[in-house]
Each structure stands twice: as structure tokens, then as C-alpha cells.
Design a protein around this ligand. Structure first.
Ligand code: 13P
Ligand code: SF4
Length: 300
């Protein structure tokens, strides 16, 4: 039997649903019940009725699904698929920062560990960070962790100053302004879309700064035919599939997240066969982290 058929059979037998991030490999996107960005996946995870969620993405995403579903089994096909940015701050470091700014509210990018979410007032994603930060009064001091680029972009858009943590995404750090100039030269009629995890010169040189879900929506609704995509290359599969009459090229063809690529069809099959690796977040961290995720879902 083909691997995909076996996965589908086991998925029914185990009453499982497969959630996948937009950066997953093509075969995983094809077999998933739902593919989306971090906010869409967190929302979907909060609505799932199946008993088992197999999360094809990186660890913090599966952890978010587990926090929202304490009574379900959440599996990740490769427990080693982490997000280096999420590991750039630990709870002691955040507690120290909070001591230095006792009046500040803490916004944490969803690309963070459960311990960091537990120490935060509200979670944000790349698609709702501006709206959520705007819901706090202008005079409110804000600590933003761990992505300095999404934090700086959000603060810039609101003409505010945040206390930033120096975290970053190594994949988006590969994007450079010169690549945008080169792309504009090669594709003069293109729209350049970049993710807010990109460095400031890249964001400033782009036409659109969007989450991965925002890029999918923008490409679908736009009359333009040619798009340069400044984010992890896995998203090009979905963009091309959903818009067969439009063209998409990567801003940088080596903008690859090695952790997202750790999830394969074989590992997805083994995960369902052996019911591993189970993602669990111990109480009371889970309940405190749940507060910051649910505050985000209520605000967006
Ligand atoms: P999105 O929420 O925009 O999909 O971003 C997730 C991510 O990890 C980007 O690197
Ligand atoms: Fe983390 Fe960057 Fe990979 Fe997204 S692309 S999961 S931020 S390392």
C-alpha cells in the first residue's frame, strides 16, 4: 500500500486530524486536513473534534495545539523539529526583563515556548501583532519577545517604542535588500511580498509585509500576475496550486527552514502507527500559557 493511503486509513482508524503549516513539504500539504499560518492553525486547533491531532510543523505549534486541547492527544512526527527563534529566550531571562520594567505588558510572538507564553500577558502572531498591540493604550509600556524584527515592525507601524528582545529567525535572516533590487530588475511587473520576520531593510524595500496566510490571501485577491515571495520557500507550493494563472518566484531559493523540512510522509505514518511523539505541557504552565493564547484568540 502507498504511504499516503496507509496514512489516510490510520487517520480514520485513530480518529485523527492532520494540521500542517504553510512551510511543510508538498506531500504533507497534500495530505493534511488543513494547511495554514500560525493564527489559522491555533484557531483550527481550538475547534478540532477528532481525538488526535497530528501537527506537521515545528514544536511550538504542536505545543500550542496541546495547550488548547488538554483532553486530546497531540502528536508531532519529529520531536526534534524545533524553532531556533523560540529557543532564543528562556523564562528566567524574561522574568529578569519583567523585573526591570514592572509596569510593562508582555507580548510574546507565538514562536515561543510554553514557559514564555506562561510569563506573558498575550500572545501574537505575524498576522495579528499590530491589531493586538494597538489594543493597549499608547502610554502602555510593551515588552515584545522573542523576535526583534516582528517587534520592531509592529512598533514602527504604531509609531511606538517597544522593549525588544534580540531574537530572530535564521531562515529570514538570509533575505537581503539587494535580492529585492535584483528581483525588481528581473521581474519589473512583480509584487514583492515579505514576512515581518525579515530584517528592516528588506521590509522597507518590499511592497507588502505579510504573514504566510496574508500572502496566500493577497495573491488570491490581487489582479497582479507576478509575485516575488520573501519567506520560507515551502509556501510556493500552495501559492502556485491556488493560483495557476499567476507566477511565483522565491526572493531567495535557499530560504529554507530545516526544522519544517524534518517532517516527512514516512515520519507522519510512523507517528500514527506508534502514536508518537506525544506533545504534553505540564500544569500549571499549560494553564498560564492557555490564558495568553486565549487572550490572543479573543482579541483577533
Ligand atoms: P506565519 O504565522 O506567518 O505562518 O509564520 C510562522 C513562522 O514560523 C514564520 O517563520
Ligand atoms: Fe522558526 Fe524561522 Fe523556521 Fe519559522 S522559519 S519555524 S521562525 S526557524
Amino acid at each position: 500500500m502507498q504511504i499516503a493511503e496507509e496514512i489516510l486509513k490510520l487517520k480514520c482508524q485513530k480518529n485523527a486530524t492532520i494540521l500542517a503549516h504553510n512551510y511543510q513539504i508538498d506531500e504533507i500539504q497534500d495530505i493534511a486536513d488543513f494547511t495554514g499560518d500560525s493564527l489559522e492553525l491555533a484557531r483550527k486547533a481550538s475547534e478540532v473534534t477528532a481525538e488526535v491531532i497530528v501537527f506537521c510543523g515545528v514544536h511550538f505549534m504542536a505545543e500550542t495545539a496541546a495547550i488548547l486541547n488538554p483532553d486530546k492527544t497531540v502528536l508531532i512526527p519529529d520531536a526534534g523539529a524545533g524553532c531556533p527563534m523560540a529557543d532564543m529566550i528562556n523564562a528566567d531571562q524574561l522574568r529578569d526583563l519583567k523585573k526591570q520594567h514592572p509596569e510593562a505588558k508582555v507580548l510574546c510572538y507565538v514562536n515561543s515556548t510554553a514557559e514564555i507564553k506562561a510569563e506573558s500577558d498575550c500572545c501574537v502572531t505575524s498576522s495579528n501583532a499590530i491589531a493586538i498591540a494597538a489594543s493597549y493604550p499608547a502610554e502602555q509600556e510593551i515588552i515584545f519577545v522573542p523576535d526583534r524584527h516582528l517587534g520592531a515592525y509592529t512598533a514602527e507601524q504604531l509609531k511606538r517604542k517597544f522593549i525588544l528582545w534580540p531574537g530572530f529567525c535564521p531562515t529570514h535572516a538570509r533575505l537581503m535588500e539587494e535580492q529585492i533590487q535584483g528581483a525588481r530588475h528581473r521581474y519589473p511587473d512583480s509584487v514583492v511580498m515579505v514576512h515581518p520576520e525579515s530584517p528592516k531593510p528588506v521590509r522597507d524595500a518590499a511592497d507588502q509585509v505579510l504573514s504566510t496566510g496574508g500572502m496566500c490571501r493577497f495573491a488570491r485577491e490581487s489582479d497582479r500576475k507576478m509575485f516575488v515571495v520573501g519567506t520560507e520557500v515551502g509556501i510556493l507550493y500552495r501559492l502556485k496550486l491556488e493560483n495557476p494563472d499567476k507566477q511565483f518566484v522565491p526572493l531567495h531559493d535557499r530560504a529554507i527552514c530545516p526544522n519544517m523540512k524534518k517532517i516527512t510522509l514516512e515520519k507522519l505514518l510512523w507517528s500514527l502507527q506508534e502514536m508518537r511523539s506525544v506533545v504534553q505541557v505540564p500544569e500549571p504552565i499549560a494553564s498560564r500559557a492557555r490564558n495568553s493564547i486565549q487572550t490572543m484568540l479573543a482579541k483577533s
